[in-house]
Write a protein that binds this ligand. Structure first.
Ligand code: GLU
Length: 279
């Protein structure tokens, strides 16, 4: 087993790389290089409605142009759906999943004041958890599309109290229950971000997960999955997000701040990296 520090950059190819991505990639790259470790690249492209192969190609081209070289092959998640199905099978065998037939409208209608989980999805009221078994069997037999949700109460009972290591802050208590019965396999694709990212970080032996602070709360859920599945625990370093002069987070629509646009304006790779690291 490789014991060197290992970081990764895991963009979703839903748009062009912008300065915010460069800051994130460059941070992970530098941490790995400074430690004589590994820096991996992973394309999180399981959502066919949002991801485009053209954006994936552009990400590889822009990173190479920036000099942010990655080690080993790029892991392309959409080519590994069987891996995620196998994990779902393991969780299902332990009675940790249930099929959910609800639509978004059903969920919105079933609660008077919908709350959000920390990842921005609606907190699920648990409707299908207590579905009559006969009705559930009929819906499954009828091929009604369904997601698979984690039975959070059962998962937390099995895992017990959890904490995780955040660099600079030490061990933090985890609160995965704040996600409710999170979706681990979506209706359209038998996987989800939380499932795939946790699986791949374990598979690729990532020892330090470097990413934006918007995903810090998700690490609590990832720690739960690691515990349930007996996977190793990485440390986390969630960095501040790049913001504009008004303190607003850089978004994909800021076309002027894409690597491609900056390159076309004649800005060189070192200058682009310096802009991202300074901001
Ligand atoms: N694919 C995610 C994104 O592009 C990042 C996931 C992660 O770093 O854990 O926002």
């Amino acid at each position: 087993m490789d014991t060197r520090l290992c970081t990764r950059f895991a963009p979703s190819p839903t748009g062009l790389l912008h300065l915010g991505h460069v800051a994130s990639a460059s941070y992970g790259w530098r941490r790995a290089r400074d430690a004589g470790g590994r820096f991996l690249l992973r394309l999180e492209d399981i959502d066919p409605s949002r991801c485009r192969p053209g954006f994936a190609d552009a990400i590889l081209r822009d990173l190479a142009w920036l000099g942010l070289a990655w080690d080993g092959p790029v892991r392309v998640q959409s080519a590994h759906l069987a891996d995620y199905r196998a994990v779902l099978g393991t969780l299902a065998a332990r009675d940790l999943l249930y099929p959910c037939f609800c639509t978004r409208a059903d969920i919105a209608a079933s609660v008077s004041a919908p709350h959000s989980a920390p990842d921005g999805t609606a907190l699920y009221p648990g409707t299908c958890r207590s579905l009559d078994p006969g009705r559930r069997a009929d819906l499954l037999a009828g091929g009604v599309p369904h997601a698979l949700r984690l039975d959070m109460a059962r998962a937390c009972r099995i895992a017990g109290r959890l904490d995780r290591l955040e660099e600079g802050q030490g061990r933090l208590a985890c609160d995965p229950a704040s996600f409710g019965d999170v979706v681990l396999a979506r209706k359209e694709v038998a996987a989800s971000y939380h499932l795939c990212v946790t699986h791949d970080d374990a598979l690729q032996q990532v020892t330090l997960v470097t990413r934006g602070e918007d995903l810090a709360a998700s690490a609590d859920l990832h720690r739960l999955l690691q515990t349930l599945l007996g996977w190793p625990e990485p440390a986390y370093a969630h960095h501040r997000l790049l913001r504009d002069a008004h303190g607003v987070r850089l978004a994909k629509r800021d076309r002027a701040l894409t690597v491609q646009a900056l390159r076309e304006q004649g800005v060189g790779p070192d200058a682009v990296r310096a802009m991202a690291e300074r901001a």
